[in-house]
Every structure is written in structure tokens, then in C-alpha cells.
Design a protein around this ligand. Sequence first.
Ligand SMILES: [Zn+2]
Length: 338
Amino acid sequence: MRGAILYGPRDIRFEERDAPKIAEPTDAIVRNSATCVCGSDLWPYRGINPVAQPTPMGHEYCGIVEEVGSAVTSIKPGQFVIGSFFASDNTCPNCQAGYQSGCQHAEFVGTAQAPLLRVPLADGTLVATPVVPSQGQIPSLLALSDVMGTGWFAADAANVRPGKTVAVVGDGAVGLLGVLSAKVMGAERIIAMSRHESRQKLAREFGATDIVTERGDEGVASIKELTDGIGADSVLECVGTQESMMQAIRSTRKGGYVSYVGVPHGVALKGEELFYTHAHLHGGPAPVRRFLPRLIELVLNGKINPGKVFDLTLPLEQVAEGYRAMDERRAIKTLLRP
Ligand SMILES: [Zn+2]
């Protein structure tokens, strides 16, 4: 089969590689209906995280189970499944606490930009839909694999509650779906921080009530102005830079909640400033598996349509253009069809 392999900065190729096989009795092989490019794929693509050797890419997936190992009991060939980018047993103490991305047996699923994918710990990792979904539902179900699951975790970890004021730092796909999640959770006021018109439009469609175009200290001042000088109850940090993290913390009211789901790059916090904010901080790689059953239900009932973040769809063989379009910010998120 052919799949995406990253050779170095801005050098991604669609090349022959070995088709995956059952390696452990707990594995499943999934035939991907769709996969996509993640904002976090751009870190190695841009050379900010160096790649030592040619590396298969992709960690978002959904599709039909082809084959399962001898120890797999609940997942069956023919089922349509969605899983997280971290395989998890869903039984260890960390999984039981709802942190499947911190499973004691967690394994990164990182070869998804290909027609076939090996998923470890299939029973714990994969969630099957009640019926095989329609083509039209596939983008939204694919989004649950990471980007929507992460946006939802951002809202959950920032303690979004009905009637509260929420600010979202970052207008990438995760930030936009953080807006959608806050809306579903009943937030009254949702302030999206974005400087891009097309993204502002989608943020409004997902439920943003206000847009702040400034960044850094000016962005913080705008949030304060909109909240009578107090700050937002919940702030979702969906970027991962020093500036975005400080923007999030300083936009939060005393005792408010900050979630951070952007993979931090060079972020350092000053203890003394943090001390006087009274802020609750909660973040990390999203335990997407915790939210999958609920999110699948919301998609299949037509309550949410997170697949709208895919504004570019390409055949998988054009994966290089998919990365380029996101790198150049011509696309919010690229969906790839094997
Ligand atoms: Zn576990």
C-alpha cells in the first residue's frame, strides 16, 4: 500500500510502505474511510520538531474493521469504528479516572495517513457506531478522533458551565471546535480570538458571540473590556506558545479556569504571577476516548457538525498539497480520502 512519509522539513511523500499486519492478539486492522492532517503534524513538517528518519504520519482515523487479533472480543470485522490517537486499554487506573491518553499501556497511533492502519488494544481504543454511517457523516465522525475530542476536552477541562463566559485563544481547528463545545455545554457568552475572516465566520457559526482580533496584552485588554474588567470564567488555550498561554491566563477571572491543549513549545510560567491569579490550570493530550460515545451520539443525531472544519478535501495521494495548504494557512484542515 502507499502512505504518507515525512522525510524532512516540508518534504512529505506518498510512498509504498508495508501494509500493517496483526502484531499482537489485541490488535485490529482498520481500513480508513478518511484521515486528515493535524495542526500538530505541522511541527515536524516545519522542522520545529526534527525528524531523524523517514517517518510515517497521521493519527486521526475512522473506518471499517478488516481483521482483529485472537484476543479481541468486542470489536468485530465489518464494524465502523473511531479511535483516539492514543491507544488505551480502557481498564487501568488512569483510564478508569478518565485519562485514557495517560493509559499505563498507552501507545501512539501514528501511521494513519494510509489506507490501512494497525490499532493496538482494539477493545479499549475503538468505539463502534451502531450502524455504518453515511458518506456525509464521515467528516464529522473523523473529527472526533482528535480535533473535536480535543476541543471538547478543552471546554471540559476549563469547567465550561451553562450561563458562563468563555474565551478561546487560537482559531485553528481545535480552537473553533472548542467554541462549538462551549456552545453545546451551554456557555452564554463565547469570545473567539481570531484575526482571520473565514475563521471568524466559522467561529460565529459554531456559537461565538464576540470576536477579539487583538493578540497578547492587547487581546487581554479586550477580553477585560468585554467582561467589566473581570476576565472570562473559562479560557481555552488551543495554540501552545508562550504568548498564547499568557494571553489565556491573563484573560481569566480570579479563580477561573484555564485549559491548555496546544502542545507547548517553549512555554515557561512564572510561579509568582501564577500564584496571584488564583487560576485553575488543567490540560494535556486530550483523553478523547472518554468523550467518544457521547460525541458519536451528538454527530449521529445531527446535533453537531464538527466536520465543517475540513475546508479542503483531497485524495490521499495528494497528501503533500494537504500539508502545504495548512502550512500556508490556505486551509483550516485537510481531509484525505484513501
Ligand atoms: Zn489504561
